[in-house]
Design a protein. Structure first.
Length: 398
């Protein structure tokens, strides 16, 4: 192993004594991000004002940082660009993919997909009319459901609730063999384990950066388009920064070259600065090391919890190849149990109807934290301390 995870842990600003197992929902603050954003605010925005677009490289940041993320997801240089939110990028990718398969009308997804992806697909189908429809099946039934009616498969590689992982390479090959285009959501993949978009011959991919990539709340999303599709991909959201010459101010839209055509609006410069600083952490990280340690930590946690808490039911696949970087347990009182854990300094999260969810990121989590978290959970379950009214009152964000 070549990665020093003690060194990466020192790069994060985590409260003393806190065990943070929710990086799969919101990554913690990299120490360098605060200083980077402050410099962007005071020196670039404050000192350069509008000159920052040229002198500070703001206009080029979405493509430059996109290339940094490309290295983490097995994508070709010049195939990833930053900007907007994940839902916007889902819409862009879906619309472009559907236009590439004009004789078909079905978007295929699964019931484990994140609801926002499904909502965007439903909205796009309503806008298009003409028989366009979203079809969902159980995650394990996706392969059998890809037939000659399917235009696009839209799948999140890792199920946000259970951590179940699709086989990207196999499903992409199957979709292509049956005439469909693929859209992969990497929200729970990018920065969690090695991703191989180019090797899998994926068509489109999208993802957020505020989870495993630690860009902060509201961090910008990214979109990938395979280079073989660049010049035939027509962006449905034809924003001015996706234009061939934005500052010519032509009244008619002409798509830019390559991945630049997937830009829409003004890039979020402060969030991109935070992301740029966060990505520096990855310079010394081997993704294979990350994956091996993450799986070992997950196995350690599963074994400890199952030994001490038989009332909790594992929802995450046991096989390593079928699992992302999170562990989920089921319990009818999962929400209250999670609130009790958080009160004891172990932060995970809850997903309806009954999922306790824990993320395992070796960048800042080690065996000591895993053992303490499992012990605290065991004590809470044994004592029944979760069974209090204050732990059962739902907050807006769970």
């Amino acid at each position: 192993m070549t990665t020093d995870f003690n060194a990466t842990k020192a790069m994060f600003d985590l409260p003393a004594g806190l065990i943070y197992l929710d990086g799969n929902s919101l990554g913690p603050l990299p120490k360098a991000a605060a200083a980077r954003v402050a410099r962007t605010v005071s020196e670039e925005w404050g000192g350069l004002l509008i000159r920052g677009w040229n002198k500070a490289g703001w206009m080029d940041a979405p493509a430059r940082i996109g290339d940094r993320i490309a290295g983490l997801i097995g994508a070709e240089p010049g195939s990833v660009v930053m900007g907007d939110t994940l839902s916007i990028k889902v819409y862009q990718a879906l619309a472009s993919a559907l236009e590439m398969t004009p004789k078909r009308r079905v978007i295929l997804s699964d019931t484990g997909n994140f609801p926002s992806d499904l909502y965007m697909a439903e909205g796009l189908c309503r806008t298009l009319g003409q028989g366009y429809a979203l079809k969902t099946v159980a995650p394990e039934d996706v392969a059998d459901a890809i037939d000659d009616t399917v235009a696009v498969t839209m799948l999140t590689e890792v199920d946000y609730r259970t951590g179940r992982r699709h086989d990207m390479a196999a499903l992409t090959a199957l979709a292509h063999a049956r005439g469909a285009v693929t859209v992969w959501d990497l929200a729970h993949s990018a920065g969690a384990f090695p991703v191989h978009l180019a090797a899998a011959k994926a068509d489109f991919a999208i993802g957020c950066t505020y989870k495993y990539l630690n860009s902060g709340p509201g961090g910008p999303a990214f979109i990938y388009v395979a280079p073989r599709h660049h010049e035939r991909t027509r962006p449905a959201l034809s924003g001015w920064l996706g234009h061939e010459a934005p500052f010519a101010f032509d009244l008619d839209y002409r798509p830019g070259t390559g991945i630049e055509r997937m830009r829409v609006g003004t890039p979020p410069i402060l969030q991109l600065a935070a992301l740029d600083a966060a990505l520096d952490i990855w310079q010394g990280v081997d993704l294979d090391d990350l994956r091996a340690v993450s799986l070992a930590l997950q196995d350690r946690f599963i074994a400890a919890v199952e030994a001490a808490c038989p009332m909790l039911r594992l929802a995450t696949p046991r096989g390593h190849a079928s699992r992302g970087s999170q562990v989920s347990f089921r319990h009818v009182e999962g929400y209250a149990i999670m609130q009790a854990l958080i009160a004891e300094g172990v932060i995970g999260d809850f997903r309806a109807p009954d999922i306790l969810r824990f993320g395992f990121t070796p960048l800042y989590i080690g065996e000591a934290e895993v053992d303490r978290a499992a012990a605290i959970l065991a004590r809470i379950m044994a004592s029944g301390s979760w069974d209090r009214p204050e732990y059962k009152t739902r907050t807006k964000v769970t």
